[in-house]
Design a protein around this ligand. Structure first.
Ligand code: ADP
Ligand code: ZN
Length: 225
């Protein structure tokens, strides 16, 4: 199963991707995670990406597209993958189409997390991330047992620099301008399904993925393309 998760920052794509990756046994490929890792390790990629990310701007298409095209060549992606945070511009979507076409493979489904700005802002501004293992929390919705400490590994929690309110607003604007047009692009290709990103992760999973498992009808009809 090859899946793309599309939707604004704060839609819950990353959290849902972790659940789906376990369920289907396919890798969760997040451009945000890959870029953040490169920034943390101060790799050449991180040096190029950092300033864009801190402002909530997009990293240039060539850079991000190159990363994904290379990542999809790794063996674990052969049986399927979940793309989270890519594509984010029309150029990236076209580049992805080209790359997949060369390998004669297709995306099965784009899940569009339709999310209200209020919910997105509340989620992002309350998000806290473990410094050590990267696990995500939310000060109200998913608080850790001990304030500021990761339940999984005992690491300290911090706020992502781009989750500060001003940067969040810019990220939402960038999303509206550059990423939202992809909804129409994929509607035209007939492979987009809308789900409500306002639902909490568990509820969305139950409503959508338990009822519509890949063995069921809509998935089969998509596979026949
Ligand atoms: P969110 O979806 O919550 O904004 P991500 O972790 O997906 O967060 O992305 C964080 C940042 O990484 C983005 O604001 C952007 O700077 C950069 N980034 C991630 N994916 C892409 C992409 N496909 N194209 C360009 N920049 C990207
Ligand atoms: Zn942790």
């Amino acid at each position: 199963m090859r899946l793309i998760l599309l939707g604004p920052p704060g839609a819950g794509k990353g959290t849902q991707a972790i659940v789906l990756s376990k369920k289907y046994g396919i890798p969760h490929i997040s451009t945000g995670d890959i870029l953040r890792e490169a920034v943390k390790k101060d790799l050449p990629l991180g040096k190029k990406a950092r300033s864009f990310m801190e402002k909530g701007e997009l990293v240039p298409d060539e850079i991000v597209t190159g990363i994904i095209v290379e990542r999809l060549k790794i063996d674990d992606a052969k049986k399927g993958f979940i793309l989270d945070g890519f594509p984010r511009t029309l150029k990236q979507a076209q580049a992805l189409d080209e790359a997949l076409k060369k390998e004669s493979i297709y995306i099965d489904l784009i899940l569009y997390f339709e999310t209200s700005p209020e919910v997105a802002i509340a989620r992002l501004s309350g998000r806290r991330v473990c410094k050590v293992c990267g696990y995500n929390y939310h000060i109200k919705n998913i608080p850790p047992k001990k304030t500021g400490i990761c339940d999984q590994c005992g690491g300290g929690l911090f706020q992502r620099p781009d989750d500060k309110e001003e940067t969040v607003r810019n990220r939402l604007k960038v999303y509206e301008d550059q990423t939202k047009p992809l909804v129409d692009y994929y509607i035209k290709e007939g492979i987009l399904r809308k789900v409500s990103g306002d639902l909490d992760v568990k509820e969305l999973f139950h409503r959508f993925f338990l009822r519509y498992s890949p063995k069921r009808s809509w998935y089969d009809s998509l596979k026949k393309r």
